[in-house]
Write a protein that binds this ligand. Structure first.
Ligand SMILES: [Fe+2]
Length: 351
């Protein structure tokens, strides 16, 4: 049954995309749909490649819903400008990244660095901005330069993940919302949390402004509540459901970052987790934390259940320079493996 479903979705995609490209499913039954050019002009001429994307917009949208993600390999995408131009018919996600947990800067236009999170750190699988009342519909990645080892942008099918969790945890996620709390220190104050090991950012850096009023407007717009502390730091939090119904497919989906926004040894490494536990204890606000809306923290057993479920579904393939991956943010999770050497992966958020 499963294989019939798999081949039929590939057959359907082949009929929609037509000749000129080779379609495959490198991980049958999982994302992504893999697209390679057969045609010389598609392989060598950026304008032709961009036109191909425009012409196949409907098939692309369909494939995103069916496969959850698409990878284009072998197309002539040689620069960040090409990446932006290739997908310029898609509407950019207007709100950008401000206020997130990952460190990143603009490359050009709507193209951003994927992350400045240190190379040795594993970024757990997650859906972009699922800690906000709204977020991007699609996330696009571009490999300008692959790392020497590791550094895969891992992905996973979110369909069926909720069903794979233990019943009591699923019930809890259905009953309670999830509360995400961030704290950002002030660069104007001499603060022990400035020590690099804690990776505790300042609000001036993360929001790119020294004006608290601007930040307050932004936080209100995004449905976040906030509190300013005597030490100059700023806490803000959002409370949103941990599951969502997909607006088009109707799938009931896990949609939260409970597993990725805890400072657990399996996510941030044993050494850093221990340093943070020792220095912050249970009183000092951490850079980020998460709990159920009834005030309960995620237990170790619950964390391990979610972590194990994600691990079992994880897909990893090595990047090659020029690769573009477009993923449906609710249907497909993403994360990053640790790496060595240089790595230049860029990202665009799409409405
Ligand atoms: Fe992300």
């Amino acid at each position: 049954m499963a294989s019939a479903t798999i081949s039929s979705r590939l057959d359907k995609a082949r009929a929609q995309f037509g000749a000129g490209v080779r379609l495959s499913e490198p991980f049958p039954g999982n994302p992504p749909l893999w697209i390679e050019p057969l045609d010389d002009s598609l392989r060598g001429d950026f304008a032709v490649a961009r036109h191909w994307i425009v012409e196949h917009r409907e098939a692309i949208e369909q494939a995103l819903l069916t496969f959850g993600a698409i990878v284009w390999r072998g197309f002539p995408i040689a620069s960040s400008e090409h990446f932006a131009g290739l997908l310029d018919q898609f509407e950019p996600y207007a709100q950008g990244y401000a206020g997130g947990t990952s460190d990143r800067k603009v490359v050009t236009g709507n193209v951003m660095e994927a992350t400045r999170t240190p190379p040795e750190v594993t970024i757990p699988l997650h859906q972009e901005m699922s800690y906000m009342p709204s977020g991007p519909r699609l996330v696009a990645f571009y490999c300008r330069e692959p790392s020497l080892t590791g550094g895969e942008t891992v992905i996973c099918d979110m369909r069926g993940l909720l069903e794979a969790l233990p019943d009591p945890l699923r019930a809890k996620l259905t009953t309670h919302d999830v509360e995400y709390v961030r704290n950002m220190r002030s660069e104007a104050v001499d603060d022990w949390r400035a020590e690099a090991v804690y990776r505790h950012p300042t609000w001036q850096y993360r929001f790119e402004t020294g004006d608290p009023a601007t930040i307050e407007v932004l936080l209100k717009e995004r449905g976040a509540e906030f509190e300013r502390h005597g030490d100059g730091s700023l806490s803000f939090w959002t409370r949103v459901p941990g599951i969502t119904t997909h607006p088009v497919t109707g799938d009931l989906l896990y949609f939260n970052q409970m597993n990725s926004q805890v400072q657990h040894p399996l996510t941030i490494g044993e050494e850093r987790a221990a340093a943070i536990d020792a220095a912050y204890g249970t009183i000092t606000p951490r850079a980020y934390s998460v709990r159920f809306s009834n005030g309960e923290a995620l237990s170790e057993a619950e964390f391990m259940a979610i972590h194990g479920t994600f691990e079992a579904r994880k897909i990893a393939f090595p990047w090659e320079a020029g690769d573009v991956m477009l993923l449906e943010n609710r249907l497909t999770g993403h994360g990053r493996n640790p790496y060595t050497g240089p790595r230049d992966i860029q990202v665009m958020l799409i409405q």
